[in-house]
Design a protein around this ligand. Structure first.
Ligand SMILES: [Zn+2]
Length: 230
């Protein structure tokens, strides 16, 4: 090992020790393991899944997707207000679920928000069919997935008129990504793992399971859908 490499290692060790002494381990925990104490704040406004707090922060409800593109098929303007109807003006408890990732749908941290009576708003929206489940690698994903499945089965909220929704993509709860419903790969997904994406544009990652470069079947299907070739 040359002297240059040794100096670099010594420098890294010193920097790490300094970081620990300065409370850097909290920063490390916060950003690497997403550990942060829950806190309370008042909700100024909530639209779609984005919540503006009285500390000036904006956060996003983990596991919640509410379509906001007005060109979307069968767009329902009432959906925009569902989170606000429950949250606006309330003092709530906020738990960090995941820091925002580059390339994520929007730049806010993903959180769980609970009311003073203990109601978790993320769960409430899903179990009453007031929002779609949004796939992401965060804690509690399975529970959110089950709540949506239950609302679907009980035909609550958006699921009351399921025939008016358009199934655009299919994914699995075990991986992030989508196939077209007519793709042979989509048909291999077990019913209990299947995630259905209705009325949303392909801003989610495309076909990641076994096809990091893209799914050849979906590439062919996409050619028949000119609106997806933008
Ligand atoms: Zn495919």
């Amino acid at each position: 090992m040359n002297i240059f490499k040794r100096l670099i290692i010594i420098f890294i060790c010193f920097a790490f020790a300094a970081l620990l002494l300065k409370g850097g381990h909290f920063v490390f925990k916060k950003y690497v393991f997403d550990i942060e104490k829950p806190y309370y704040a008042k909700v100024i406004d909530a639209r779609w899944s984005v919540v503006l707090l009285n500390n000036g922060e904006k956060v996003s409800l983990a596991g919640i997707f509410i379509p906001w593109d007005k060109d979307m098929i069968n767009y329902n303007p009432e959906l925009e207000k569902n989170a606000g109807k429950i949250l606006n003006g309330k003092t709530v408890k906020i738990e960090l679920v995941e820091r925002h990732r580059s390339g994520a749908y929007h730049k806010y941290d993903l959180v769980r928000i609970c009311l003073e009576d203990g109601t978790c708003v993320n769960d409430y929206l899903l179990e009453n069919g007031l929002a779609f489940f949004s796939h992401g690698y965060y804690r509690g994903k399975d529970r959110a997935f089950e709540l949506e499945a239950k609302a679907k089965k009980e035909k609550k909220g958006i699921w009351a008129n399921k025939d008016k929704l358009t199934l655009l993509y299919v994914g699995s709860k075990h991986w992030e990504g989508v196939h077209y419903p007519e793709c042979p790969e989509a048909k291999k997904i077990k019913p209990e793992d299947r995630i259905e994406y209705y009325n949303r544009l392909p801003k989610v990652h495309w076909y990641r399971d076994g096809y990091p470069e893209g799914c050849p079947y979906c590439d062919e299907i996409r050619k028949t859908k000119p609106e997806h070739l933008r």
